[in-house]
Ligand binder design. Structure first.
Ligand code: HPA
Length: 278
């Protein structure tokens, strides 16, 4: 069997495994990243699967990521939550690291919500800010759609002009205003990592138009768009990097700020989901 056919079959097999075990189809898929895992605790669980018990799933190598897929209800909506994600810097290809999301897109969800911790490049940002992603730049030199296209899943050349659904961003902003929480908006650039940016690289990323930098999210968003799923992307700005006054970026601080912001983001995401009309 060709490599691509094997990948297609693995995705189908894993989808069938999950479909047989759960009684509903999720309308919303959520990926919870660094320090954002606690939303998972708010879900009325219908079923939960540690990644290592799901056939063909990769297993996370990052300690801050839990590695569990939860199906359940959140604000009355049917959700599937990927608690813990995979990164390019762990050694996975973009295709491998998006495997869990690709499987879940076969349930034909309406919305994909993805969160991450990111470094601020826009100097008006502060650590602890929440940034809605309005667009992205992919500097991870891999694309999950590389290789033979599965026409059943999506088009060969998916349009990326509106990768982050404007109507979802508007709704999120409305909900945030109601709850008196300020949200920012900006362009996210994905870099391969795991080494953090140098001051010169930071200057470059600012010049090319990015407001925040991180090492995840973009591969998943490409898969979601390919599958016709609307995306809401949110970054927690854990640190701000000024190329002219550069300070060391400590991963422990990234985790700490993300944890501190997690409650606020969880509240906003819950309120957003409640307002969705389906
Ligand atoms: N750079 C890259 N990734 C990150 C950063 C950063 O400054 N902060 C959190 N994730």
């Amino acid at each position: 069997m060709r490599e691509e056919d094997q990948y297609f079959k693995k995705v189908e097999d894993t989808y069938l495994f999950l479909k047989e075990k759960i009684s509903f189809s999720p309308d919303i898929i959520i990926t919870l990243g660094t320090g954002l895992s606690s939303l998972g605790e708010k879900i009325e669980k219908v079923a939960a699967f540690p990644y290592k018990e799901i056939p063909n799933f990769p297993v996370s190598t990052v300690e801050t990521h839990k590695g569990e897929l939860i199906f359940g209800l959140l604000e009355g909506k049917k959700v599937a939550v990927l608690q813990g994600r995979f990164h390019y810097y762990e050694g996975y290809s973009a295709k491998e690291l998006t495997f869990p999301l690709r499987v879940l897109t076969l349930f034909k969800p309406k919305i994909y919500i993805v969160s991450n911790a990111a470094g601020g490049l826009n100097l008006s940002f502060k650590s602890g800010d929440i940034m809605l992603i309005k667009d992205h730049i992919n500097l991870i030199t891999d694309n999950p759609l590389r290789g033979i296209n599965n026409e059943k899943w999506g088009p060969r050349f998916p349009d990326m002009s509106c990768a982050y659904a404007p109507e979802l961003r508007e709704l999120f902003k409305k909900v945030s205003q109601k709850l008196n929480e300020k949200v920012r908006e900006g362009v996210y650039v994905a870099v391969p990592g795991p080494s953090l940016e140098t001051p010169a690289e930071t200057r470059f990323l600012k010049i090319i138009g990015a407001d925040a930098v991180g090492m995840s999210t973009v591969p998943e968003v490409i898969v979601a768009v390919h599958a016709g799923v609307k995306v809401l992307g949110i970054s927690i700005i854990s640190n701000v990097n000024d190329p002219d006054n550069f300070k060391p970026i400590l991963f422990s601080e990234v985790v700490e700020i993300s944890k501190k912001t997690e409650k606020k983001l969880g509240k906003l995401v819950k309120a957003f989901i409640k307002e969705l009309e389906f």
